[in-house]
Design a protein around this ligand. Structure first.
Ligand SMILES: [Zn+2]
Length: 231
């Protein structure tokens, strides 16, 4: 078994995710991550994983979040597109960068390309999240599978690679994980907030939670209520 699978398995055993997810999904996730890297795709699409495994997108996002903690092999990247049609600049933030913005009362953000000013709270609904394998994990993979690591890192760096339209939110579309059309890669930040809590009320990824604006965390209760009403 691969090192990645072993990581999945130890997290599975150490957390309460075994109450929610069957263990065969770990093998499927291992294969899924390998395929993603093999084809030099930077982002792990929870929508694709959901479709392959007959899960809802929400469950797949939650499943991914269990592996997005300090000792987990996954991480996330936040991004937002400048709404100036002549610009197309993409604001990208690592978890740490986003945490700084969302917790240090930075209310105004300027586009570095066109100078357009944004109020952070206004853009929150448009911020999206990509799931990635941590770079050190990719390296581990590359050493084993003889894939050129520079191409993997190239894909990680090239944020315009494979970008798609905004996925529908869980809050507005309950038909999750469907194929149809182009592949969905990014998850809306509000959907990550909603998925980052298990049925017992425990936060799943503390690292992700700590990077979120307190404002969104507070909204989670009412958002979960809306989800229950739409399903
Ligand atoms: Zn701009």
């Amino acid at each position: 078994m691969s090192l990645l699978y072993e990581k999945f398995l130890s997290i599975y055993r150490e957390t309460n995710m075994q109450n929610f997810y069957p263990s065969y999904l770990l093998e499927n996730l291992d294969r899924f991550a390998r395929e993603t890297i093999y084809y030099n795709k930077a982002y792990l699409s929870p929508y694709r994983f959901a479709h392959k495994n007959m899960m809802t997108a929400r469950d797949a996002v939650q499943f991914f979040l269990f592996f997005t903690n300090a000792d987990g092999p996954f991480d996330i990247i936040y991004f937002f597109e400048c709404s100036n049609v002549a610009c197309d600049h993409r604001f990208k933030y690592t978890r740490e960068q986003f945490k700084r913005i969302s917790t240090e009362t930075v209310y105004e953000i300027y586009c570095e390309e066109c100078g357009k000013k944004y109020i952070f709270n206004d853009i929150l609904p448009f911020i999206q999240v990509y799931f990635i394998l941590k770079p050190e994990q990719c390296l581990e993979f590359s050493n084993k599978s003889k894939i050129d690591p520079s191409s993997t890192f190239g894909a990680l760096k090239d944020m315009t690679n494979g970008l798609q339209e905004s996925p529908p939110s869980f809050l507005t579309d309950s038909k999750d994980g469907g194929e149809g059309g182009r592949e969905k890669l990014a998850v809306q930040v509000v959907d990550v907030v909603v998925a980052n809590i298990d049925n017992s009320g425990n936060i799943i990824s503390i690292d992700v939670e700590n990077s979120l604006p307190p404002f969104l965390q507070k909204m989670r209760l009412s958002m979960n209520e809306r989800i229950r009403n739409t399903i």
